[in-house]
Design a protein around this ligand. Structure first.
Ligand SMILES: Cc1ncc(COP(=O)(O)O)c(C=O)c1O
Length: 368
């Protein structure tokens, strides 16, 4: 065989925004066999009906490209029973992450402002930056992290943002903003696209989706996912809902088959078993009340709000607590050095039995 003339040259230059981009890094490896209270996933897995649907998948489904209309129709009919969507107002994505990425690609613009709150979900930032956007954020108000509406409007006036992202309830503070206020922001800023990330809305129970009319309100996109409630985080299914014309633009930047047949099959089965999702959500809410009650007796800073997670500022440093919890089989998320929530840890809420395990170990490890 002839020898290839390979020499160690330099790599070609990446796109100018990618060069300086900090990639979204999260400690995602080696999490199996532990109690995972670090990424707000469903902690008990999907319904048996989802599992059966995947096990019974036909061999054909592996060799054929996926189709999406059955799932879209199901979303129209079953996901939001009191509300009819046009099928063109729905997009299916490879997790909510892919929806966020696609929205930024389709509507983000070089040197235009991306406005969000602080702290919030970290993946928004690389998605905005990779499209050359200038990021501005607005800190939540006070110790309880209430929504900073006045400051937010001030920033809107100052920066005229192209994209406004609001996580509602917000990860990691659980802060909520009402549907009326969101519509008001959208009406006052018709040139901005307002993205409402409602990944955790079921744990609070106040979604904009059932009441918004995308034919009238044309500059809002709502994001949902089956990761946190239905237990499909590993299969990656997210939805975006918006005006038909907005969805048309977003669909231009996604591949035609980005969501695979296993995910589609699981999503169809999950939506057929809404009872399972509702049941899981009510168990988490029950567990949230229980663990909140336990923390009330402790003299440390804590923050319980709308989501399936809470923040605490432990007696130990976050690293020490995180390490100790992990040694005892429990993962939590260290928020050290994050602006406005420095020295805290975020703990996801599972079912009550899991929170009892968490509480027992936490109590042992975090003595003043
Ligand atoms: C606020 C928020 N949006 C989006 C995502 C991504 O969700 P998915 O698993 O559907 O990509 C997460 C995951 O943690 C999240 O917390």
């Amino acid at each position: 065989m002839s020898k290839l003339n390979q020499f160690n040259n330099s790599i070609p230059e990446p796109n100018e925004y990618i060069k300086s981009l900090k990639s979204y890094s999260a400690p995602l490896e080696n999490r199996r066999n532990l109690l995972r209270l670090d990424f707000n996933e469903n902690t008990i897995g999907p319904s048996q009906k989802v599992y059966n649907a995947i096990k019974n998948i036909k061999i054909n489904e592996i060799s054929i490209y996926p189709e999406y209309n059955l799932l879209k129709n199901k979303v129209c009919l079953e996901y939001h029973k009191n509300r009819n969507f046009d099928i063109n107002e729905i997009g299916i994505f490879n997790g909510a992450d892919a929806a966020i990425n696609a929205i930024c690609k389709a509507f983000g613009e070089k040197n235009k402002v991306f406005l969000t709150t602080n702290p919030t979900f970290g993946y928004y930032f690389p998605c905005a930056e990779m499209n050359g956007m200038i990021i501005k954020s607005c800190s939540y108000n006070g110790n309880n992290f209430t929504f900073p509406l006045e400051k937010f409007y001030e920033k809107i006036r100052l920066y005229n943002p192209k994209l406004i992202f609001i996580c509602n309830p917000n990860n990691p503070t659980g802060t909520v903003i009402s549907a009326e206020k969101i519509i008001e922001i959208a009406n006052k800023n018709k040139k901005s696209l307002i993205v409402i990330d409602e990944l955790y809305e079921k744990f609070y129970g106040d979604s904009l989706l059932p009441i918004i009319d995308f034919k009238k309100t044309k500059n809002i996109v709502i994001i949902h996912s089956l990761s946190k409630t239905a237990g499909l985080a590993g299969l990656r299914v997210g939805f975006a809902f918006s005006n038909e014309q907005i969805m048309k633009q977003i669909n231009k930047v996604t591949g035609p088959y980005d969501v695979n047949n296993f995910a589609v099959t699981a999503a169809n089965a999950a939506l057929d078993d809404q009872e399972y999702i509702d049941n899981y959500v009510s168990k988490v809410k029950e567990a949230r009340n229980w663990i909140k009650g336990k923390f009330e007796s402790l003299n440390i800073r804590k923050n319980f709000n709308g989501g399936n997670y809470f923040l605490i500022w432990p007696n130990q440093t976050p690293q020490v607590l995180e390490k100790g919890m992990k040694e005892n089989g429990i993962l939590i998320r260290n928020m050290q050095n994050k602006k406005d929530i420095d020295k805290s840890v975020r703990v996801s809420i599972g079912v009550i039995e899991q929170m009892k395990i968490f509480w027992k170990i936490y109590n042992k490890l975090d003595q003043p």
